[in-house]
Design a protein around this ligand. Structure first.
Ligand code: GLP
Length: 248
């Protein structure tokens, strides 16, 4: 795992955007795996800026997103489709038909998940997968205890994730209890992985993920088994790893 320590969230975002931009420049027809959450927002802002400056084009890029809440329409302001439109897709030249987000209103969620894995395979797989990490070490919506062997599937969100995501909804009761999510198997199938983590609140989980045993109790720890992972994190997120001597 390649680890880049950045002074703060701003520097982390710029570095992560630089890695995504490199992928797009080197292979303009690439498949980008994209993530939601607050951590990647700054990276998306940089990409939009570079597109507007004429330094970057997404005209040939295809995107696949990690996850979506079950039961939320794409137009719901907390759906991940809406998030992607607001934070990235509406501001760049990616073709709408080339952006893929799981359908939270699918009548048959299991069939939607199976079709999503087939769609990713038909695109030739993911060149670069961007990930954030939850406070409990989850990636996408793969919660602690979930089976590493799963492809895209329906998940039940943990109480901790519901707590963490409550801030975006009017009340805790409004947070969906289920989601559709690419599984660890789908994520590990990407050629390259870029994970962004910021803030001291995630430092303990990040240390476990990077230097602890590979265990589904800390889903991000599976990344130790992937041959091409880049972690871009701010110093606060790396504080525990550094204290424990895990950062060379
Ligand atoms: C959600 C998403 C994850 C994301 C996580 C952390 O649970 N499904 O993909 O990594 O939130 O979000 P944040 O970056 O806001 O801490």
């Amino acid at each position: 795992m390649r680890i880049y320590e950045c002074a703060d969230e701003r520097a982390m975002s710029r570095r992560a955007a630089g890695i995504i931009a490199s992928q797009v420049i080197l292979k303009p027809e690439c498949v980008l795996g994209l993530a939601t959450g607050s951590t990647p927002v700054g990276a998306y802002q940089n990409l939009v800026e570079w597109y507007k400056n004429g330094d970057l084009s997404f005209a040939g890029v295809k995107t696949v997103n990690l996850d979506e809440y079950l039961g939320l329409a794409p137009t719901h302001d907390q759906s991940y489709r809406y998030f992607m439109q607001q934070n990235l897709f509406d501001h760049i030249d990616v073709k709408p038909e080339n952006t893929h987000v799981l359908n939270g209103l699918a009548e048959d969620p299991a069939a939607e998940c199976a079709a999503y894995d087939e769609m990713i395979a038909s695109l030739g797989g993911i060149d670069l997968q961007l990930l954030g990490m939850g406070h409990n070490g989850h990636i996408a919506f793969n919660e602690p205890g979930d089976d590493f062997g799963l492809g895209t599937h329906v998940v039940t969100l943990s109480e901790r994730t519901i707590d963490a995501n409550q801030r975006f909804f009017a009340s805790r009761d409004d947070v969906p209890r289920h989601a559709l999510s690419m599984g660890i198997r789908s994520i590990m199938g990407a050629s390259k992985i870029l994970i962004v983590v910021s803030g001291e609140a995630k430092a303990e989980s990040l240390a476990r993920a990077v230097a602890g045993p590979v265990t589904n109790a800390v889903p991000a720890s599976v990344l130790q088994l992937h041959p091409d992972v880049t972690l871009v994190a701010d110093s606060a997120a790396l504080s525990v790893l550094k204290r424990e001597g895990g950062l060379k």
